[in-house]
Design a protein around this ligand. Structure first.
Ligand code: NAP
Length: 316
């Protein structure tokens, strides 16, 4: 697996990383055996950067990932988790909650140190508290050696870029903003990378939108986005292809043109882990790509109408 520097952290991330939200059964029910098999497959394919959060499955994703990684040599993988989001509409960026959250994550994950700690979905929480309490609390934890690097995550690119630069964070993760259907991250990622910030592209399958199963019922995409994504999936099937294959190849083969360090995909299925890993280094079929882009053109770069679990309007 090719590796790339994650900003100035010194961490060399694999081109493809493992997003563990799935292990919290957010897309479909997942057993611990399935979680173990997916994590084992990931490590076997060189996907040794794991991203998770207390919010995913309301702590169950962290617990499942911790169990799946128990017994794995700690130096052989990197672990990223988050603070600040604890429910669909529950943000708390206070210093106390931040410290308590990190302590609870360490226990669930069964580790002493978190490599990258990220403030979760910052556009939705209290910005003043984020800057005045959460980030300083994380910097103290870094001085204590409990966390190594500090990042932010979210969907609204203008907020993410402004805060990342002003607060000099180490990493930025955004989601669903660099996919077959939305490319808005590209120019932002180049500017962030130029400032020494490591950029992670999460949800290259648009949170299930760009798969044969289709978007989950909680998906924030509007009817038109979902309708055209389904049409694109049908077109791929008719051509003997698979939209998730095309979507992964697109995200992986173009990430580095846009200074994206790694693509973070989620799956609780060991076979899908291996299939995704096998797509690294393979460009999409140009003809199928052109046909799918034509189908998706009316919703290209269309933001969600509603942020997941939030109710705010993102608009186009
Ligand atoms: N705000 C944030 O910080 C934020 C937001 C979103 C995501 N993230 C991070 O990014 C990670 C990835 O995002 P995500 O999991 O939400 O969305 P995603 O990676 O775009 O899509 C996940 C969905 O795609 C399916 N899938 C994966 N590989 C597949 C394949 N080869 N064929 C068919 N289906 C496939 C998975 O189902 P199966 O399990 O059946 O394979 C799952 O339903 C998350 O786990 C999280 O770590 C962060």
């Amino acid at each position: 697996m090719n590796r790339f520097p994650l900003g100035e952290t010194g961490i060399q991330v694999p081109a493809l990383s493992f997003g563990a939200a799935s292990l919290g059964s957010v897309y479909h029910p997942v057993s611990q055996d399935e979680a173990n098999a997916a994590v084992e497959a990931a490590l076997g394919c060189g996907l040794d950067y794991f991203d998770v959060a207390p919010y995913y499955g309301l702590t169950t994703a962290e617990a499942a990932l911790g169990k799946a990684l128990s017994g794995v040599r700690r130096e052989s993988y990197h672990l990223a988790t988050k603070v600040g989001r604890y429910g669909d509409k529950d943000w708390d960026f206070s210093a106390d909650a931040t410290r308590r959250s990190v302590e609870a994550s360490l226990k669930r994950l069964g580790v002493d140190v978190i490599d990258v700690i990220q403030c979760h979905d910052i556009e939705c929480g209290d910005r003043r508290q984020l800057v005045a309490e959460c980030l300083p609390a994380l910097r103290r934890l870094r001085e204590e050696g409990v966390v190594r690097f500090i990042g932010i995550t979210g969907y609204e690119l203008d907020v993410i870029e402004t805060v990342a630069i002003a607060e000099k964070v180490d990493t930025v993760m955004t989601y669903c903003t660099y996919t077959l259907q939305d490319r808005r991250l590209a120019p932002v990622a180049r500017r962030l990378a130029a400032a020494g910030i490591g950029v992670l592209n999460a949800s290259p399958l648009g949170m299930g939108l760009l798969t044969n199963r289709g978007a989950p019922d909680w998906h924030p995409g509007n009817e038109r986005v979902i309708e055209l994504a389904n049409a694109a999936a049908r077109l791929c099937r008719a051509a003997g292809g698979d939209i998730s294959d095309l979507a992964m190849r697109f995200a992986l083969s173009t990430a580095h043109e846009s200074d994206i360090a790694t693509t973070v995909v989620g799956t609780a299925n060991a076979g899908n882990v291996r299939a995704n890993a096998a797509r690294v280094g393979h460009a999409p079929d140009p003809q199928l790509m052109k046909a799918v882009e034509a189908v998706l053109e009316p919703v290209m770069n269309a933001g969600w109408d509603v942020l997941p679990g939030n109710g705010g309007k993102a608009g186009r």
